[in-house]
Ligand binder design. Structure first.
Ligand SMILES: Nc1nc2c(ncn2[C@@H]2O[C@H](COP(=O)(O)OP(=O)(O)O)[C@@H](O)[C@H]2O)c(=O)[nH]1
Ligand SMILES: [Mg+2]
Length: 458
């Protein structure tokens, strides 16, 4: 890392300002060679850079002034890369930035590779690998929630929690190794109930992080909502109301919807995939029977079910009990409330988790907003993603899964009096996998994979 690198740090194209970043031992010297407090045709005055103080002046190539700029010099380690860094704020035009960069190259700077500034920050120990990855996530964030999680990771929360686990495991490993290396002094390894509790805590934390990764994927692909119920209760009408478009065909003829109809929408930033299904009831109609089969498959595949009932009829206990799974959240909605004034409302029996149906009318739109809110509450309530959550990415998750496997084998081994050598090997492997997350034990190919995702200048 002795060479000094330079690159344009802002996007290509014209804009207010463009930034060129230089990092390495020669940064200050290189900047001084091309920068002058006065334009090129006036007597040149050599700059006196003071760290973290902005200098105004000109970039000059011999007798030619290229641009009027501001220069921000930053002495190591108080810089992005923890090396000497100079940032030149010039006018943002492709030609002008290119000229300044070429000038730096002609004085000995080397073009930076993709992600090389962030890679140096990592190699110099200023940030861990999770924080480096968060830089890419912040740049690529497409929604408020992904920005929030990336920002939290940028603060190093995930890395810190992984390092705490590694530190606990390392102490445990040291005791195991003492028992292996010095059996006479250390005596046989004794495994206490406190060890057991602490190891279990680490295993639970790893499991929790894996779950958070899964929950976050759920947020990316969309929460599947299946709308089901008996024929003609207004399932398709509710689907269209929620979507605010005429997606599903509605008629007074029972059995209109046969193939499941699917569409997606975002409610308050949370993506949903909504599926309208055929009405479930006893029938001899072959086509309807197939539709009902498909409806059941959709309920099976759903993350949450909206079961629609209607006023003036008793609660369809038989259909519901043979249709609804126990392991999914279910919301009941009584539709056609515009007709309800002279009719009795069906009441779900107390055996169901949610016995207060949302009262809606797909015809008038009444209650649809309440339904959306309830949907959100039920779905978000099931996610273990809190405001301060850290979301492991796929790379982290794969490492966590492997770490957990070694943890589980090791803990079983402890219970069964496994040899200390075997136990120690599992603890080491577990630590190594955790270490790939923070970058403490990341082999070069992992680093390449991470930093190749960056663009030049980051
Ligand atoms: N009065 C009233 N009629 C409705 C309402 N929702 C649906 N309908 C009518 O009920 C019939 C069946 O609706 P549809 O959405 O096809 O029901 P599905 O078979 O459950 O999909 C149609 O004639 C709709 O116009 C509502 O909120 N109020
Ligand atoms: Mg329908």
């Amino acid at each position: 890392m002795t060479d000094t690198i330079a690159a344009i740090a802002t996007p290509f194209g014209s804009g207010g300002i463009g930034v060129i970043r230089i990092s390495g031992l020669q940064s200050f010297n290189l900047a001084a060679k091309i920068f002058s407090k006065t334009p090129a045709d006036v007597d040149k005055r050599a700059p006196q850079f003071i760290s973290h103080r902005v200098s105004h002046g000109f970039i000059c190539d011999g007798e030619t002034t290229i641009d009027e700029v501001l220069v921000v010099p930053m002495k190591a380690p108080r810089s992005y890369t923890a090396e000497d860094v100079v940032e030149i704020q010039a006018h943002s035009g492709t030609i002008v930035l290119r000229r300044i960069l070429d000038l730096l190259f002609s004085h000995g700077a080397r073009p930076a590779e993709p992600g090389e500034f962030t890679r140096r920050a990592f190699l110099n120990g200023r940030i861990d690998l999770t924080q480096a990855e968060a830089v890419a996530d912040i740049i690529n964030a497409r929604s408020d929630s992904s920005l929030k999680f990336a920002a939290s990771q940028n603060l190093g929360t995930l890395g810190q929690s992984i390092r705490n686990m590694i530190s606990g495991l390392t102490q445990f490993l040291a005791r195991l190794e003492a028992a292996i290396d010095f059996p006479d002094d250390a005596g046989a390894f004794s495994y206490t109930s406190r060890d057991k509790a602490e190891l279990q805590l680490v295993a639970d934390k790893i499991g929790g992080l894996i779950q958070q990764h899964k929950d976050a994927c759920f947020l990316k692909t969309g929460i599947r909502l299946a709308i089901c119920g008996e024929p003609n209760v207004g399932k398709s009408s509710i689907m269209n109301r929620i979507l605010e478009k005429e997606k599903s065909i509605i008629t007074a003829v029972p059995g209109t919807t046969r193939d499941p109809i699917e569409d997606s929408l975002i409610i308050e930033g949370i993506p949903f995939v909504i599926v309208d299904t055929a009405g479930i009831h006893q029938t001899d109609d072959l086509v309807e029977i197939i539709g009902i089969e498909k409806a059941r498959d959709q309920i099976e595949a759903a993350d949450i079910v909206l079961y629609v009932i209607e006023p003036g009829k008793p609660f369809p206990e038989k259909t519901v009990s043979t249709t609804l799974p126990d392991d999914k959240p279910v919301i009941f909605a009584i539709n056609k409330m515009d007709l309800a004034h002279e009719l009795d409302l069906p009441q779900p029996p107390s055996t169901y988790a949610d016995t207060s149906p949302v009262e809606v009318s797909a015809l008038t739109g009444q209650g649809i907003n309440t339904l959306r809110t309830k949907l959100l509450e039920r779905c978000i309530g099931n996610l273990e993603i809190g405001d301060d959550a850290v979301i492991p990415n796929l790379r982290h998750k794969n490492a966590l899964v492997q770490a957990l496997e070694h943890m589980t084998t090791m803990m079983e081994g402890l219970e069964n009096g496994q040899e200390e050598e075997t136990l120690a090997l599992d603890v080491k492997n577990c630590i190594d996998h955790l270490g790939t997350i923070t970058g403490d034990t990341a082999p070069p190919d992992i680093l390449d994979a991470v930093f190749n995702n960056f663009c030049i200048g980051k």
